[in-house]
Design a protein around this ligand. Structure first.
Ligand SMILES: NC(=O)c1ccc[n+]([C@@H]2O[C@H](COP(=O)([O-])OP(=O)(O)OC[C@H]3O[C@@H](n4cnc5c(N)ncnc54)[C@H](O)[C@@H]3O)[C@@H](O)[C@H]2O)c1
Length: 262
């Protein structure tokens, strides 16, 4: 198996895309740590991982709090000895508080930036020295197509994810000589819990149909579409790939997709 004897940490792995990534990495042979804000769903996913024959630890972590992240990394290293793969998946837009930027509030920006960007700084800072010392590691940051094209009513989220993509490139350049790779995977609309829980009135506001249409497909993507690419990037098959950002969004990042006739 491609990831045998590897230790992978997935933030926000208790549901949605993070759950799929946790299971896919376990299927590829890795032992798994699920670092999640809410412990109960993380423990449920841990049972699913263990049923695949892998070790799994579920830890309660708030990625926006550096102390919480540092404590978790200490626990992981004392239990597993090392961290080979870090998937920064925890995040999301300000659900329930999405608005045009002209109506937005600093508290919301701080929350969105705190989880989606500073959270990634926290986990990367807490694991990077261990990876540099061991001369190997793969960090995969979950960005968003919003961070590539900018989405209305999600200016703060678009900014945070755009910064995650740029940060990944910078950290890749700093770490390549020591064998540490850093890449980004940027989903378009995906059928995760977050995607499913958008209420009907919000769907109308967000023009969800327009979002789907912009992909060229007739459906949202599946969490497994993200998990498969993450598994590849985590493996030695991707040893010559670092500092890259991979959109998984159909055609959404390419702009207008309509035929004009006449
Ligand atoms: N679903 C989509 O359509 C979509 C599109 C583009 C990007 N993404 C990105 O993919 C990632 C996963 O999204 P999802 O759709 O599965 O979302 P989700 O809301 O279903 O899951 C996100 C997970 O992150 C956890 N989390 C949030 N804040 C946290 C914090 N401060 N500390 C620790 N854990 C925290 C949540 O508890 C949850 O388990 C996110 O980074 C999101 O921005 C999702």
């Amino acid at each position: 198996m491609k990831l045998e004897n590897r230790v992978a940490v997935i933030t926000g792995g208790g549901r949605g895309i993070g759950r799929s990534i946790s299971l896919a990495l376990a299927e590829a042979g890795a032992d798994i740590v699920i670092a999640a804000r809410t412990l109960a769903p993380a423990k449920k996913v841990a049972q699913e991982v263990e049923a695949l024959g892998r070790r799994c630890l579920a830890l309660q972590v708030d990625v926006s709090n550096y102390f919480s992240v540092q404590q978790a990394v200490e626990t992981i290293v004392s239990s597993f000895g090392r961290i080979d793969i870090l998937v920064n998946n925890a995040g999301g837009s300000a659900r329930g508080k999405m608005s045009l930027f002209c109506d937005s509030e600093p508290d919301t920006w701080n929350e969105v930036i705190g989880t989606n960007l500073i959270g990634v700084f926290h986990t990367c800072r807490a694991v990077i020295n261990g990876m540099l010392e061991q001369g190997a590691g793969s960090i995969i940051n979950i960005g968003s197509v919003a961070g590539m094209i900018g989405l209305p009513s999600q200016a703060d989220y678009s900014a945070a994810k755009g910064a995650v993509i740029a940060f990944s490139k910078a950290l890749a350049k700093e770490s390549v000589k020591q064998g540490v790779r850093v890449n980004c995977v940027s989903p378009g609309p995906i059928k995760s819990e977050a995607g499913r829980s958008i209420p009907p009135e919000m769907r109308k506001n967000l023009a969800v149909q327009a979002l789907i249409d912009s992909t060229g497909y007739s459906e949202f993507g599946d969490p497994d579409d993200i998990a498969k690419l993450v598994t590849f990037l985590a493996s030695e098959d991707a040893k010559f790939i670092t500092g890259q950002n991979y959109p998984v969004c159909g055609l959404m990042n390419l702009g207008l997709n309509v035929s004009i006739s006449g």
